[in-house]
Design a protein. Sequence first.
Length: 264
Amino acid sequence: MKIVSSIILLSVLSTSAIAAVNKAAPQNQTKKMTLQKSDVIELSKFESMFSLDPKTPGLHISMKKTALAYKEKSVPTLIKVMKDEKYPDPNRWQATMLLAQVMGKKSSAFIAKYSEHPNWMMRLASLKALMGLRQDSYISVYSRALKDSSLIVRLQALDNISQMKIKTLAPEVWQMMYDQSNYAGDIGQRKRTSIVKSIIRTLGDLEYNKATPVLAKLIQKDKYHDLMDDLDYSLEKMTKKTSPNSKLERRKFWASHTQEIKSL
C-alpha cells in the first residue's frame, strides 16, 4: 500500500513540476519538456541546495553541475529561487548566473527585469549576468544603473559599459564626475569615492574625447595626484599617444600637447 501511495505522490509532483515549467519559464521558451519521476526527486534536491548556507564547501559547484545537467528542466527552480526572499541572497545571485548559463541570450529580457529589483544584490546580479551574455542593447538598463542608490551597482554598470564599449552612454558616464552621490562628506568638504577612478577609466575605454581637455587639466594639479595613473590611462586612450613612464614627466608631456588636445 505504501508503494502505491508513493507512486501516486510522485505522479502528482511530476504534474506540478511540469505546470511550474510552463508558468515560471520566460515567455520566449517554447520547447516542451517531460519530467521523469527521477527528475522530480533530483530537482527537489536541487532546490533544497539553495536553502543551505552559501559558504557550504562545494555548494556552488554542485549547483552548477546539477543546473547544467538538467538544463531547461532546472529553469523553474532557478526562477523560483530568484523570486523568493527566503533563500540567502548569494544563492539567489547564483541562481541568476545559472539561469543565464542554462538559457543563454533567451534569458536576457527576463534577467534585465531584475535590474529594478528592490534588493541591490539582485540588481547587481542582473547587470553581471547581462554582461556575461554580452547584451549591449539594454541601454536604458545601464543608464538607470549609473544612478543606482548602491555604489557597487553603479560600479558594475560602468564595467558593463566599459567592457561592451557602449559609447552612446559616454556623456552619462561623464556626468557622473559631477554627481554628488559619487562623493562622500559634507558639502564643501566632499571627498572622492573609489568609483571616480572607474569613471575616468571608463571614459578612456569609450574614447570620449570631449572630456580630454578637462582630464588634461586635472593631471596637472597636485590635488588629483592620486588619480594620475587613471587620468594618464584615459588620456592615452583618447589621444592615441603614449606618455613617459615617469610620473614626473607625465605632466610635462600632457601640458606640451595642450593645443592638440583642445582640437580633439
